[in-house]
Design a protein around this ligand. Sequence first.
Ligand SMILES: [Zn+2]
Length: 188
Amino acid sequence: MNFCTHCGARVELRTPTGDHLPRHVCAACGTVHYQNPRLVVGCVPEHAGRILLCRRAIEPRRGFWTVPAGFMENGETLQQAAARESYEEALARVEIGSLLSIVHVLHAHQVHVFFRALLPVAEFAPGPESLEVELFDAHDIPWGDIAFPSTDFTLRRYLEDRAAGREPHHFTAVSRRVTGPAADEAQA
Ligand SMILES: [Zn+2]
């Protein structure tokens, strides 16, 4: 960041008194512009044993498959965000279930949160951010074409838990740049 969003003056990078990290601080009005991780929220929708995946129409990772997920908005709960993203990306009306996974994507400054979900009626279609939307049997999931490490982790835990008849939640952290220059910027 170069300019203060409050007054428009140039910001400088320095550690404010009493703080422990460098921040963008406005020399004119004194505003400290904190930068914190962003939440990406999604779900694994299931219908009659099959899992709903979307093939991305946008970068990063255009053409690769993922579960419905996206940036959380102000004023909504995690579950509302997950349901909204399912509708926006797959025109799918899902019922959000239990917490499935939390993935700390350290290099992208994001935290990804995924829920289990039920798709009661098999009605779906590509939203503007998807090329196609499809239900997959577990053994047909295109593992080689999954968009993000957080998606891969989440789908694998989902299937393991389902096979074991349990619904715990899982934590992991990703810090590597795995898939090329475009892949680690953001997940929308
Ligand atoms: Zn300012």
